[in-house]
Design a protein around this ligand. Structure first.
Ligand SMILES: O=C(O)c1ccccc1NCC(=O)[C@H](O)[C@H](O)COP(=O)(O)O
Length: 212
């Protein structure tokens, strides 16, 4: 299963993450209202870092997204707002980056409404719907994913913590398209600063569950 660690920012913390946790993806948040917002002056030190980077955007303009893709050498774009399928289509014509559409879940999911995104996205990411858009540390009812109808893979997000591992492993056995998990505020010492030991424990626990 893939692991994305989101909301990273500090160079030393990122170097430890890569050396000790080896995640598949690292998320950089480009939403100015987030306490994990990454400012442009970090681009020089972060662009060459040896992990695939996904930029997180909330209702951002196409021009600004593409500018950040170049500045930070992003491999993927996570669209975490109300971006339309038409917007995603246009973006897909202008970048080779993977496009991930976030689905903010409050109760049920209207699968039909996601069909228009399918030709343009690499994956969906299901997160808990909140006013702040993300990074809430809150879970939604993951059982709504049991009826996931598409061939495309997705990431599970929203309040994932060490105690979630058994449930995630059980879900994964039932839902083959659950390709990975997104870790954020439940692994932080402060916003934008991850606890590497906690992340390592999560990964070890997940690996041992997967082997069962
Ligand atoms: O983390 C933020 O501050 C944030 C703010 C606004 C939009 C997105 C944000 N995070 C994006 C993510 O992909 C998070 O990992 C996701 O929301 C889950 O966070 P958490 O519930 O803290 O695990």
């Amino acid at each position: 299963m893939e692991i994305k660690v989101c909301g990273m920012r500090e160079l030393g913390n990122i170097q430890s993450l890569i050396a000790e946790v080896k995640p598949d993806w690292m998320g950089l948040i480009f939403y100015p209202k987030s306490p994990r917002f990454v400012t442009e002056d970090r681009a020089v030190e972060l662009k060459g870092i040896a992990v695939k980077k996904v930029g997180v955007f909330v209702n951002e303009s196409e021009v600004e997204i593409l500018r950040k893709v170049g500045l930070f050498q992003l491999s993927a774009i996570q669209l975490h707002g109300n971006e339309s399928a038409e917007f995603v289509k246009k973006l897909s014509e202008r970048t080779p980056c993977e496009l991930w559409k976030v689905v903010s879940v409050s109760e049920k999911i209207d699968w039909k409404s996601l069909e228009a995104y399918l030709p343009f996205v690499s994956k969906f990411l299901f997160d808990t719907a909140t006013k702040a858009h993300g990074g809430s540390g809150q879970k939604f009812d993951w059982s709504v994913l049991e009826t996931y109808p598409f061939d495309k893979g997705f990431l599970l997000s929203g309040g994932v913590d060490e105690e979630s591992v058994e449930e995630i492993a059980a879900l994964r056995k039932r839902i083959s398209k659950l390709e990975g998990v997104d870790l954020n505020s439940r692994f932080e010492d402060a916003p934008g600063l991850k606890n590497i030991e906690k992340l390592k424990k999560f990964k070890q626990k997940l690996l041992s569950q997967e082997a069962i």
